[in-house]
Design a protein around this ligand. Structure first.
Ligand SMILES: NC(=O)c1ccc[n+]([C@@H]2O[C@H](COP(=O)([O-])OP(=O)(O)OC[C@H]3O[C@@H](n4cnc5c(N)ncnc54)[C@H](O)[C@@H]3O)[C@@H](O)[C@H]2O)c1
Length: 365
């Protein structure tokens, strides 16, 4: 550990919080100084389990008041993301948050305004855009001239129990953001409209709709189609999904786990070599720390990440309406809602800033 190690507080000591403890501990330039969880003893139990001798707290405010903190990792439940991240930003502490950055686009616009007004970095970890496989797949598509038709099939059958079995739209709201974010990464473009149907296969064990079919149109004319189910027994795909992209000069496919296969118009199929590099949480954290060191903004920086959250919200809205949804309309409604939330939710100081919060045109993949 060097003298310059950044002091990290992890908020949320559940399953994913422990994965983040392990990720931070792997870096010698970071030092965990505190764990926070609203549930009595959860933070202490996690510290004990991971052999960490650090202070534990019941709220992020208490931790920020007691400690000198350089970085907060927010691994709470989605409903707590806005409150926890905003508290840290207001204290001038950069935040790396688990996905989704907030449950809604309106709340994300609000949080983005807090990040801008405090000039403090706010980013999301979208761990599935960081893998050797997806990087090779993206490069293969780009080498062939870029995909105009991209599709993914995501078929899994987890028996989680708990909140996912009870919530509305479990597949679209809790999982599909990963594939939607991957599509933005692969196409390097932004969605402009979506038509989506979500439904419950008759054998589904979820209360909410656990299957969906969606077609997104992107600004550069590309189409992305998503076909998914969380109650598909047999022949399951990988958790990244099974991908195929078609370009003017050929096609590429990635099973989400192992090989990327490419075939150009004139050649036979060939397997791409995967290049080494950080993956998953390690890669998301590396990007974030690089940005703190003066490097480029991370790919999960809040204004860049909002497009992935918007894909979830637009797909759910389209399914509810039984009609296509335009992203311009969604962002207009979300901006109005963000202003309302700012007025009633103790964010009066950023109401003026919301006019300059990211709009459709600012969102980048
Ligand atoms: N990237 C991935 O692949 C992936 C996988 C699983 C979960 N996640 C995300 O990680 C986050 C956490 O998921 P999880 O599975 O660890 O959930 P979890 O329920 O196991 O843990 C969340 C913890 O946050 C605590 N908490 C809630 N409100 C709080 C508050 N205001 N302050 C402090 N602590 C609070 C809870 O008590 C709980 O211990 C979610 O946003 C989820 O979507 C991401």
């Amino acid at each position: 550990m060097t003298e310059k190690a950044r002091r990290v507080v992890i908020v949320g000591a559940g399953a994913m919080g422990k994965a983040w403890i392990d990720t931070v501990v792997r870096r010698t330039d970071l030092e965990i100084v505190g764990l926070v969880d609203i549930a009595a003893d959860a933070a202490r139990a996690a510290a004990l389990e991971r052999g960490l001798e650090v202070a534990t707290f019941g709220s992020v405010d208490d931790a920020l008041a007691a400690l000198d903190v350089d970085l907060v990792v927010n691994v709470t439940i989605p409903q707590a993301h806005l409150e926890v991240s905003a508290a840290a930003l207001r204290a001038g502490v950069p935040v790396l948050s688990e996905k989704p950055v907030t449950p809604t686009v309106a709340e994300a616009l609000l949080l983005s305004a807090v990040s801008a007004s405090t000039a403090t970095l706010m980013a999301t970890s979208q761990s599935r855009r960081h893998s050797r496989g997806i990087r090779a797949f993206r490069d293969a598509l780009a080498d062939l001239g870029g995909a105009e038709q991209l599709d993914v099939r995501f078929f899994q059958n987890p028996r989680f129990g708990g909140f996912r079995d009870e919530m509305p739209s479990p597949l679209l709201v809790d999982m599909a953001i990963h594939q939607f974010d991957q599509a933005r990464y692969l196409l390097s473009s932004e969605p402009v409209s979506v038509y989506c149907e979500e439904f419950s296969p008759r054998w589904s064990w979820y209360r909410g709709a656990a299957a969906a079919e969606a077609i997104f149109r992107f600004a550069d004319g590309g189409r992305f189609s998503y076909s998914g189910s969380w109650c598909a027994d047999g022949l399951t795909t990988s958790w990244n999904g099974d991908w195929r992209g078609s370009t003017a000069r050929g096609s590429a496919a990635w099973d989400g786990e192992t090989d990327v296969v490419v075939q150009s118009r004139d050649g036979g199929p060939r397997t791409c070599t995967l290049m080494d590099g950080a993956e998953g949480l390690d890669a998301a954290l590396a990007e974030f720390v690089d940005a703190l060191d003066g490097g480029p903004a991370p790919s999960g920086e809040i204004t860049r990440n909002i497009g992935s959250l918007a894909m979830v919200e637009a797909a759910v809205a389209s399914a509810a309406a039984g009609a296509p949804v335009r992203f311009d309309d969604l962002f207009e409604r979300a901006s109005a809602r963000a202003e309302e939330l700012a007025r009633v939710g103790g964010f009066d100081d950023v109401v003026g800033q919301l006019g300059s919060a990211p709009t459709r045109g600012d969102v980048r993949s």
